[in-house]
Design a protein around this ligand. Structure first.
Ligand code: C5P
Length: 228
């Protein structure tokens, strides 16, 4: 049994990776499986929290005990988050959100053109959802962001995480290294959690479930005393 140290808390977790449509049959996507975010949602529910999972194209089953809002694109994810975060004690942005989306979505399947060997796609910026939450008033809501970086040097990896926490206005930032075989689809993970003064608050490694509990240990310790 887990400690019920999140009882009475409302936690919103985004997980998975967004898909940005090009036409009715194609999209631009990423390799995020949703495993780490789903593990956080499941672990939070096991610790007594009331959890809303905003789920973008998960490759794993929905966790039990959570309210699930399925989305696909970055804009849908933003709208679902905006609705879900009202009154939340904790927001964990674990989803991999596309930075850009196709400028236009074709109504019909895009055809290849004989004799044309190159094609250029025009993309436009997506809103930064976490930065948007960080920049607007969020008193009483602990904001947790993620940084998935391919940087191999651990010192530079931490620096990227610190800069990201500040840029996004997050309270905590979870840094993990990703690559072709590391991070996204893997069963295990290793993360470093950076705090509000840019300090390393904790490190966690092992299964994504044990990393989830490690992250929630830090979250639980930082919540103001509740009335439970
Ligand atoms: O800038 P970068 O994508 O590395 O930042 C990662 C963090 O920001 C993650 O917490 C991710 O969920 C969030 N993010 C976001 N909206 C975006 C891009 C990233 O909320 N458009």
């Amino acid at each position: 049994a887990h400690p019920q140290d999140l009882a009475g808390r409302r936690i919103v977790v985004s997980a998975g990776g967004t898909r940005e449509p090009l036409d009715p049959v194609r999209f631009l996507g990423n390799r995020s499986s949703g495993r780490q975010g789903v593990a956080i949602a499941e672990a939070a529910a096991a610790r007594g929290a009331e959890v809303t999972l905003v789920a973008a194209n998960l490759e794993v089953p929905d966790p039990g005990g959570c309210r699930v809002r399925a989305v696909s694109t970055a804009l849908e994810l933003r709208d679902a988050m905006t609705e879900a975060v009202a009154g939340a004690d904790v927001v964990v942005m674990a989803a991999a959100v596309a930075d850009y989306r196709p400028a236009t979505v074709s109504e019909a399947k895009i055809k290849k053109v004989d004799g044309r060997d190159h094609m250029t796609l025009e993309l436009v910026r997506n809103p930064d959802i976490l930065a948007g939450l960080g920049a607007s008033p969020h008193d009483g809501t602990l904001l947790v962001g993620f940084a998935a970086e391919t940087e191999a040097d651990p010192v530079r990896l931490l620096e990227l995480g610190r800069a990201k926490r500040r840029a996004k206005g997050a309270d905590l930032l979870v840094v993990n290294r990703v690559g072709w075989t590391q991070g996204f689809a893997a069963d295990e993970n290793a993360v470093t959690i950076i705090g509000p003064a840019d300090e390393v608050v904790a490190e966690a490694s092992g299964t994504k479930m044990s990393v989830a509990h490690g992250i929630l240990d830090v979250v639980a310790a930082r919540l103001p005393d509740g009335d439970e």
